[in-house]
Design a protein. Structure first.
Length: 264
């Protein structure tokens, strides 16, 4: 998908270059006419209009360049989200509808919303995205069906005080650049129907995921069970990575680190 967008942008830029070239050729062919019949002012106005048009079209091309996930989710930690439950109690699809509507510029979130609008008509081959909604286990995932990893995972845990903890993990992969990973946790209050960023839980997970001893990380939110798996990657300088797996155990309101290991 990312490569296709780059090709489209290249074609537009080439069209602009051709237009400017042809405009220049036209002026050269009419130099004699300009000298005898076209005033200098008229020529300058025409040139200025052509430059303004080219700048405008170049700006349009720039706007088509996909933005990174970090800019899409700026302000994530400060932004509460209102949930509109369809039933007596909010479920994972209610949480996903609310979150993805807030951050719908990320393609996996856009596909979740499209799936919700007509689940039976959703065509994962045509959309290039598989959406798996497991209401029973409180889990949903939208993933790009190519070798490039681009996905959103969401799940939730029930807290002892009647609230829910909602977890979100988004990964924006690339064939050439390092992937962008973003996660957030929200405390959902059923009395107000508001998800508020839970920075205490975020910091617990951040301490493990953002370990500077490693080059990258991937979160696996639980579809079954309650624990989060954090895979930490380190470059082994042999065209590959060593993976260290750490487990964050759910203890009713937050997580604690209980185990870690290394695997090839």
């Amino acid at each position: 998908m990312r490569n296709l967008r780059r090709i489209d942008q290249w074609m537009v830029m080439m069209a602009i270059v051709c237009m400017v070239f042809l405009t220049g050729c036209g002026k050269s062919a009419k130099e004699g006419e300009n000298a005898s019949g076209e005033s200098k002012d008229t020529k300058e106005v025409t040139t200025k209009q052509a430059e303004e048009q080219t700048e405008s079209e170049s700006a349009d091309v720039d706007e088509d360049i996909p933005e990174g996930i970090y800019s899409m989710t700026s302000g994530l930690a400060e932004t509460p989200i209102t949930v509109s439950p369809k039933g007596a109690k909010a479920n994972i699809e209610d949480f996903a509808q609310a979150f993805c509507s807030q951050y719908n510029r990320f393609e996996p979130n856009e596909k979740i919303l499209k799936y919700f609008s007509a689940p039976k008509a959703y065509d994962e081959v045509a959309e290039l995205y598989r959406v798996e909604s497991d209401i029973t286990n409180g889990y949903i995932r939208s993933m790009l069906l190519t070798e490039v990893v681009r996905e959103t995972q969401m799940c939730y845990w029930n807290r002892k005080n009647g609230h829910s903890l909602v977890g979100v993990y988004m990964e924006n992969g690339s064939e050439s650049d390092k992937s962008e990973n973003v996660f957030m946790f929200y405390d959902y209050d059923p009395k107000t129907n508001i998800m508020t960023p839970d920075m205490d839980v975020y910091k617990v997970v951040e301490k493990v995921a953002h370990d500077k001893a490693f080059d990258d990380y991937v979160l696996e939110l639980p579809q079954k069970g309650k624990d989060i798996v954090v895979n930490l990657y380190s470059d082994n300088e042999e065209d590959g990575y060593d993976v260290t797996e750490k487990t964050l155990k759910w203890i009713g309101y937050t997580f604690i680190l209980v185990a870690d290991g290394a695997r090839q």
